[in-house]
Design a protein around this ligand. Sequence first.
Ligand code: SF4
Ligand code: SF4
Length: 335
Amino acid sequence: MRYTKLGATELYLSVIGFGGIPIQRVSREEALEILDACKDEGINFIDTARLYTDSEEKIGEYFRARGREGWYIASKSAARDYEGIWRELKTSLANLACSYLDLYQLHNVASAQEMDRVLGPGGALEALEEAKRRGLIRYIGLTGHKPEILETGVTSGRFHTLQIPFNPLEQQALPLLKKARALGLGTIAMKPLAGGALTAATAALDHIINCGWVDVAIPGMQSLAEVRQNSRVPEMKVSQADKKELEELIAGLGANFCRRCEYCQPCPHGLKIPAIFLFEGYYTRYNLKEWALDRYGALEVKASDCTQCGICESRCPYELPIRQMLKQTAATLEK
Ligand code: SF4
Ligand code: SF4
C-alpha cells in the first residue's frame, strides 16, 4: 500500500480507501471480515454516509469489536441546515461508536440553491465549523456530482476536501480537481470504477491514483477478493492487456450508463432500476447473456412495468434518460 497526505490536512491516508456503500448488501459478519481484510492490506480510510442505511452501524460494530485505532473515518450528511447537521452528526457519532470523526462531509450538494443554503447564515456549514471547534470533527468536506455547482464551495475557503466522481471514463471533474489541489483541498475520487461499469478495476484504479490530481480513490468493496485486488494496485505494474481491456470498455460504454448510485430509488412502482440496468449491461456488454436473463427473469417488477412517471429521472445525478433506457432494456431482455 502507498500512503499520502490528504491535501493540507494532517490525515495520512492509504491511496485506496474503503467506499462504504456496498457493505449495506452484506451480512454483519461479512462486513467485519471485509474490514479485517482491508486492515490486513493496509487500507486505513473508510468513507461512509448517513444515507447508506446500515453502513455506519456495521462500521461502528467493527470499531466496537476491534477498536478504531489506525483508521481514519469519514461520513457525510444530506442535511442542509444548522439543526439538521447537528442531529445527523450526533447519529453518525453514535452509529460509528466514535467520540470524533476525521472528516464530515456535506453529501451531494446538487444545485446553486443548495450551495447558497449550506454556506449561508443558519446553514449546514455553520454547524460543521462549530463541531470542528468543539473537536467532534477534524475536517470538513464537500461532495457532489456537478463540478459547476461545487466550484463555489471549493473556492469559498471553508472546506478541507472535495469528493467527486472521477475515473478513466468520467473526467469532467478534472479542472475542478486541479483547482481544489491548488487551493490545498484534499481530493477524493468517488465512483472510481464508475459504479461497477469499469470491470477492468486494476487499470482504472491505477489510472486514478497516478494521475496526479487525486489523493485517494474509494472503490466500494463487498468481498474479500475485491479488497485484495484493489488494495494491491498501488504496488502493481498494470499489464498491457488490462489497459487494452479498459480502453475497450470505455469505447463501448458511451455516456448513458447507470453508475448504481441508487439515488433514483425508491421507484413508487417497485422497479429496482440499478439492478435492471446491471443485468442489461451484463447481457449486452459482458457476454453473460444466460446469467443476465436468469437474474433479470427473477425480478418481480420488470422494465416493462415502468409507468413512465419520471420521478426517478428528477433524482438521477447523471441526468440519465431512465425511462427511455428502461424501454430499451425491456426490448432487449423481454423479447
Ligand atoms: S419512470 Fe418508471 S422507473 Fe422511474 S419512478 Fe416512474 S415508474 Fe419508476
Ligand atoms: S439510474 Fe441514475 S440515479 Fe439510478 S442508480 Fe443509475 S446512475 Fe444512479
